[in-house]
Design a protein around this ligand. Sequence first.
Ligand SMILES: Nc1nc2c(c(=O)[nH]1)N[C@H]1C(S)=C(S)[C@@H](COP(=O)(O)O)O[C@H]1N2
Ligand SMILES: [Mo]
Length: 319
Amino acid sequence: MSSRRPPGICASEITPESVWVARRRFTRDGILAGLGILAGVSAGPATAAADQAALPTITNFTPSDRSTDEPQTSFDDASTYNNFYEFGTGKADPAAHAGTLVTQPWTVAVSGACAVPGSYAVDDLIRDSQLEERIYRLRCVEGWSMVIPWLGVPLSQVIARLRPHADAAFVIFRTLHDPEQMPGQRRPILEWPYQEGLRLDEAMHPLTILAIGMYGRTLPNQNGAPIRLVVPWKYGFKSIKSVVAIEFTTTRPRTTWNDFAPDEYGFYANVNPAHDHPRWSQARERRIGEFFRRPTLPFNGYAEEVAGLYAGQDLHVDY
Ligand SMILES: Nc1nc2c(c(=O)[nH]1)N[C@H]1C(S)=C(S)[C@@H](COP(=O)(O)O)O[C@H]1N2
Ligand SMILES: [Mo]
């Protein structure tokens, strides 16, 4: 795949994954209106300029020493070059189309193996948790990366208040399913709603956060407003956006990309330069805004903190 990729140098580079996804659907489900699906990945309208100043600021957060001091990706790049298939498969689609998402009021349904299931407003869900700025690398499985200053709370603190049962071993997250607000869901590109999951020890790891903002302000819709997961040592697709449901389970849940192509997208999806995607190498990445590609680091550079979670696992099996 990398040999077929044009030598793009910037955020506007062609994105093989999204085009390929549509093709795959086209061949796999030939019964679907193929032209309609392919139309869904053609160039969309020009990206609306992201208006950072229009977003409410977030105050009373603490800077976290769990941040990288690498240069940050610009807000413009981070808010206009996105993956959010609910608004289209093109990188510019989410910024252009996510304005239809209504993020207030917003509730998160908590269910499954925990002591206090229920419907929580975002404020209630994160109540009493420490709001922090975490400047994290985000590495997309497609081969690009960014550095984003998130504002969020440790997921561990939220989970602690929900008190999972002793036999809860996994936690599931689901995105809103509403084709009226999320026009990309009118096509069966993925199985909606988007669903992700973590092993409970991964969810409880101090690096894992629920983000409600970035760059000092609330999240733009295209970045997963009003609340999204951020797991910095895993490929970006694990960091599910616009979460409406959290469920505790005893068994490993299905996850969207793993369902779609299990040989390509594992449940774990830990960033691993030694484990190639079947169609391209994962050894290098392009930091958005930079010219030269750089080596990808094991666990996206967070190995010291998280490698212990996978002691005894073969990371080529549990990719
Ligand atoms: N609901 C939902 N969450 C999602 C996605 C998506 O399509 N739908 N894309 C994922 C992928 S592939 C990546 S790389 C990150 C991108 O996050 P960002 O746009 O905020 O940088 O979001 C992830 N979360
Ligand atoms: Mo991604």
